[in-house]
Design a binder for this molecule. Structure first.
Ligand SMILES: [Zn+2]
Length: 607
């Protein structure tokens, strides 16, 4: 789910000629000039982003050729402005100014994920390639000839549903291989795309595009890479325990012929196109029953409708001391799938005017998953509102992992005790039912970690030239095996381009943020639970109705991106370093259970 609307960063920059000329006028500049420049830049970007948000909202809630055209035009205006301003900002490169101004200047240059080269021909080529790559992914469909899905042509979302719904290995294999036929044609254009985007990054003073991406974390690119390695090594033992247990259960289901008991797991058997989320194979895993609370039947019995579900989410935040959502939120949001037109149902939280015009866009279904998703999305909305007094450039989360992490932190507080407090259930089940609950969460959050890490390990290698085009697929599968312990179920060659089968590669969206969010949400959760003096198992802690937690949270949210992220982290947790020990604490009872099961079954973790 997307947080704010700054998804714009996946698009391309095309600087105008005017700004290119400005750059060559290197007259002496003063701090006053910089102040004036940034003030105007913030105002201009804010203005254009509001227009774009409005157009985009209409487009996503009423899809027609016209609304698409209007939204695309507004997006172009906005990107053009960033591009002009980033080029103009070079005038101030050597100026000594306050940390606040210097920070704004730096972040202005990092607003896009693919800067444009100076040469107009190359700029146009890069823009064309970017649009082509995401277009071919968006249109990508596989049409199985046999099996239960024969006759259907499936895009990403149909494919996800299909792979989640079947356990037939032959069908799964066909879908898995079929989905990867859409990405093979991307290879050549992606190679060229990487070349041009790298060139532009170098023109901006970065070593390559990967280094540019890693410069957005208040440390050097090298330090950031080392940070990720450190975090991964912290959490790896938990992943290994989960992987070993899941593999042993898949051996039971599919046999040792198909699933090597000591090797990597074939990637098509985990219930997901990319093997990044394993929740859909939960029922194969022989987890003790009595697994937590399923809200779906309860919501239905109580006749709770979509509006009331959102009210529950809002009540969570007001219980922490946040102001209720503005009246316009209830008037302008979309909670229900309209019967008369096409909309984008993917849940998202909006801040249309960068002030108080918050909205939720979601086709709410009355079930457990959506009840949680509402809490998550409102986390974005309350973050957006909290930082509204910052200059536009700082109206973002502290680093790009924080936005998603906040939504998820709130969702972690949906515990049985919370559900009891809000009258959803009359008795909270005892902790003996928790293995199921924790397993369910681990299949989503723990299984994801190595995947969240390796996407950019691959891209950083591509951008730095360490991974050559002739080895794109080989290097991809080496990383998949090294980190995830999964293997391609059939032989792959350099005629394939398997990284392109994941949206964020052709869409050029940095991915490390999802890994960070996965680590940070548990650290936030633990920090808040400590602040309120909670002592019990971390997965049973809820910050609901606690003003101390609310104050802590607010303090960090209000900072937006105005300070280096360690300061923001400190405000919330009292810690300055990202720390994966919180996710280990959270899953400690599960890990103990997994290790016992593995030992009893003679299963050795690793591959
Ligand atoms: Zn989200």
């Amino acid at each position: 789910m997307l947080g704010s609307l700054r998804v714009l960063t996946i698009c391309l920059l095309i600087p105008s000629f005017a700004s290119a000329q400005n750059m060559s006028l290197s007259t002496a500049v003063t701090v006053k000039d910089l102040e004036t420049f940034l003030k105007a830049a913030n105002e201009r970007l804010n203005d254009l982003s509001v227009k774009y948000n409005q157009a985009q909202w209409v487009q996503e809630t009423y899809i027609t050729d016209d609304t698409e055209a209007v939204a695309a035009a507004m997006n172009e205006n906005y990107l053009q402005a960033i591009s002009d301003l980033a080029a103009e900002a070079k005038r101030f490169d050597n100026l000594q100014a306050s940390p606040e101004l210097t920070r704004q200047l730096k972040l202005l240059k990092l607003l896009v994920a693919a800067p444009a080269p100076n040469d107009p021909k190359e700029r146009a080529e890069l823009a064309r390639l970017g649009a082509w790559l995401s277009g071919i992914y968006g249109k990508g469909k596989y049409c199985p000839k046999t099996g239960p899905f024969a006759g259907q042509c499936m895009g990403q979302s149909e494919m996800e549903k299909a792979m989640a719904s079947t356990k037939d290995p032959e069908v799964l294999l066909d879908l898995w291989v079929g989905w990867r036929t859409i990405s093979a044609p991307m290879r050549q254009n992606y190679t060229r795309f990487a070349e041009l985007a790298n060139k532009a990054a170098r023109e901006m003073g970065f070593r390559d595009l990967g280094a540019l991406w890693r410069s957005n974390y208040d440390m050097t690119p090298e330090q950031f890479s080392a940070e990720l390695d450190r975090l991964w090594n912290q959490v790896r033992p938990l992943y290994l325990s989960l992987h070993a247990y899941v593999r042993s259960q898949l051996v039971k289901k599919y046999g040792a012929q198909m699933v090597p008991p000591t090797g990597p797991i074939p990637a098509h058997l985990l219930g997901n196109i990319w093997a990044q989320d394993w929740t859909h194979i939960y029922d194969l895993l022989n987890v003790p029953s009595g697994s937590g609370v399923d809200l779906t039947p309860i919501l239905q019995q109580k006749h709770i409708d979509d509006l009331r579900m959102v009210r529950y989410g809002e009540a969570f935040f007001t219980s922490l001391g946040f102001e209720p959502l503005p009246k316009t939120f209830w008037e302008r949001s979309m909670f229900r799938k309209p019967a008369d037109r096409d909309v984008i149902c993917h849940a998202s939280a909006w801040d249309v005017d960068n002030q108080e015009d918050l909205r939720l866009k979601m086709c709410i279904r009355i079930n457990d998953e959506d009840f949680r998703t509402i809490h998550h999305e409102l986390g974005h909305n309350f973050y957006q509102r909290a930082y509204r007094h910052q200059p536009f450039i700082f109206e973002e989360s502290a680093n790009d992992g924080f936005h998603e992490a906040i939504g998820d932190t709130i969702a972690l507080s949906i515990t049985p005790e919370y559900l009891k407090q809000i009258g959803m259930i009359s008795d909270a089940p005892g902790p003996d039912a928790d293995i199921g609950l924790l397993m369910h969460k681990a299949l989503e959050k723990v299984a994801f970690l190595p995947f969240g890490l390796l996407i950019d390990q691959w891209r950083w290698g591509v951008f730095s030239g360490q991974i050559k085009p002739d080895d794109y697929n080989k290097a991809w599968w080496q990383l998949r095996e090294k980190y995830q312990g999964v293997a391609a179920p059939v032989q792959r060659t350099e005629r394939d381009f398997d990284p392109g089968a994941k949206y964020h590669v052709p869409g050029n969206t940095p991915y490390a943020r999802y890994f960070l969010a996965d680590i940070l949400q548990f650290q936030f959760h633990r920090g808040l639970c400590r602040a309120i003096g909670y002592q019990g198992p971390l997965h049973r802690c809820s910050i609901y109705n606690n003003k101390v937690a609310g104050e802590r949270l607010k303090k960090m949210l209000e900072m937006g991106k105005s300070q280096p992220w360690p300061d923001a982290l400190y405000a919330l947790t009292g810690e300055r370093q990202m720390d994966a020990s919180a996710i280990l604490d959270y899953f400690a009872p599960l890990q103990k259970w997994l290790d016992e099961q593995n030992a009893n079954n003679g299963v050795k973790p690793g591959w």
